[in-house]
Design a protein around this ligand. Structure first.
Ligand code: MG
Length: 250
């Protein structure tokens, strides 16, 4: 069931979104060769807690950290580790959520660690742009399929693929609410978009096949062919005046 939010709830969600966004920005500043992914997770956790908020992911379904940190061929749900040391050329997808005053914000960004290959940079640029193609279609009266098809078209025109097994989602008092927001679809199909809906749009884009595998830790999700993957996400409110990005730092 899709839960529509009042203007007051949307305002509260913007606070949670702001904290999530700033936490992600802090995480990005820490991405450099020689840093462990656990150190970055610690920065995220401390930042969120200092704001009087709670890391949305910590303990969610048993997830052991505050941020998902997914390097190179890891698509999503990478578990931060002291043993994983970033090196120049890595691409580092960081997904951060914060709960504040009862509402969640959820966002992700893929950062370059030092100088990355032109191919890696192109993948990151296309994924970020695909997110904004999706956001443009997050308008009242449209359908969820309008968002997914815009993302998919943009991505596949550049010979990349969109992950099918994981999708965007509604956001609110719960981190994951209805509807599902796939990064693929057919224009004019799916749940109708209405003012008061809050959704996370989060393209996960692979260099090669769209197929993924989940490792034995039940979290770490990698590309089936070992090629790179990128991930960008914003939490959006659908309003009568168009989409409003809630996960912005200012
Ligand atoms: Mg999400």
């Amino acid at each position: 069931m899709v839960i529509l939010k009042t203007a007051r709830e949307i305002a509260a969600m913007r606070e949670a979104g702001r904290i999530s966004s700033r936490a992600l920005r802090e995480a990005g500043k820490a991405v450099e060769p020689g840093v462990s992914t656990l150190e970055i997770d610690s920065i995220v956790r401390k930042y969120i807690e200092k704001q009087g908020a709670t890391p949305s992911f910590l303990g969610y379904g048993g997830f052991p950290a505050s941020a998902c940190i997914s390097v190179n061929n890891v698509v999503i749900h990478g578990i931060p580790s002291a043993r994983q040391i970033l090196k120049a050329g890595d691409i580092v997808s960081i997904d951060v959520g914060a709960q504040f005053n009862g509402y969640h914000g959820d966002n992700a960004y893929t950062f370059a660690c030092g100088d990355v290959s032109a191919e890696a940079q192109a993948l990151m640029d296309a994924t970020k742009e695909a997110l904004f193609e999706g956001i443009k279609r997050a308008v009242a009266g449209g359908r969820v399929g309008d968002i997914g098809s815009a993302v998919q078209r943009y991505v596949e025109a550049r010979s990349y693929s969109v992950v099918r097994d994981f999708v965007g989602h509604g956001v609110g008092a719960k981190l994951h609410e209805d509807p599902s927001v796939p990064n693929y679809g057919t224009p004019g199909r799916g749940v109708r978009l209405m003012p008061g809906m809050a959704i996370a749009i989060e393209p996960m884009v692979n260099q090669g096949t769209h197929r993924v595998k989940v490792l034995d830790d039940d979290w770490t999700t990698i590309t089936a062919d070992g090629k790179l993957s990128a991930h960008f996400e914003h939490t959006i409110a659908i309003t009568s005046n168009g989409p409003v990005i809630m996960t912005l730092p200012d």
